[in-house]
Design a protein around this ligand. Sequence first.
Ligand code: AHM
Ligand code: MG
Length: 336
Amino acid sequence: MHNTSTSVITIERFIMEQERLHPEATGELSNLLYDLCLAAKIISRHVRRAGLTDILGGSGTINVSGDLQQKLDMFANETVRHSVQHTGRICIMASEEDREPVPVPQDKPAGKYVLLYDPLDGSANIDVNVSIGTIFSIHKRVTPKHGTAAAKDCLQPGRKQVAAGYILYGSSTMLVYTTGQGVHGFTLDPTIGEFLLSHPDIRTPDGGKYYSVNESNWNKWTPAVQHVVAAFKNGDGPVQAKNARYIGSLVADVHRNLISGGIFLYPADARNPQGKLRLLYEAAPLALVVEQAGGAATDGKRPILDVIPGELHQKTPLVIGSKADVAFATAVFGAP
Ligand code: AHM
Ligand code: MG
């Protein structure tokens, strides 16, 4: 943790130092991460003042998953897009809020990266002043450099991500990311407008004290899911009894469990046979972060990072968190 004004490490310095470890790096990825930091600061400023400006409430539109879009969702969506589309670092982007992927405009240079993002996750919590987040996932382009980028660039398994992370608008604003070399957390110091390194090399506990699930879905779950959740509630064999914590904002729930240890589940249920959360914008980036911190993430059958996406807005069951807890759930789900 930084504790003196002379020892602060800004995110820019940290990213630059990480880049120097790779002499072959062109700097494009570092610059894309800076672009996302800027978007995060702009969204954070808006979120912090949300109750004071005319930005709360629904926008009157429905997204591709059937969710009512909030005005802040739309603002965050456009802020991320405008922060990255002209810079020459990406060739295409896809957002949870847009039906189709958005290639960079023809009059702008195209870069070698692909950005997938959920601009403001936990929308139902916006109007009631509860933590929300932004999630991002970065891949390398796979279509030929001189053609138009396409959906194929977005439909890559999570294992191929070159970076992923999230911004949590909580009691403070934090940016947590990985480029495959550990997970690092930065806290926004609003007095100087900089993200400062506050959580270097985050390691998640192997077994955790929290379980996070929307238990009102109990009657819609399979017996296996009920068994797993009951085990976390009551303790069962190797599983220690846990405390329930459920915010209903994925980023906040996963972040808490990442730091304190625990497991988050959004399983398939009778209403959502494929689960509720989106593979590319939510599950895969968080899976990379959690795996890099020593945890695990599965859809119940295989690691989330190994799932090959078939379509952009594909949903997936998600079980994510401390390794021993995820292993227990996977063993129960895999049992005949
Ligand atoms: P959103 O992307 O529309 O905000 O929906 C995703 C959110 C997650 O943040 C959270 O884990 C989940 O939906 C909560 O769903 P539920 O209200 O069914 O428990
Ligand atoms: Mg979301």
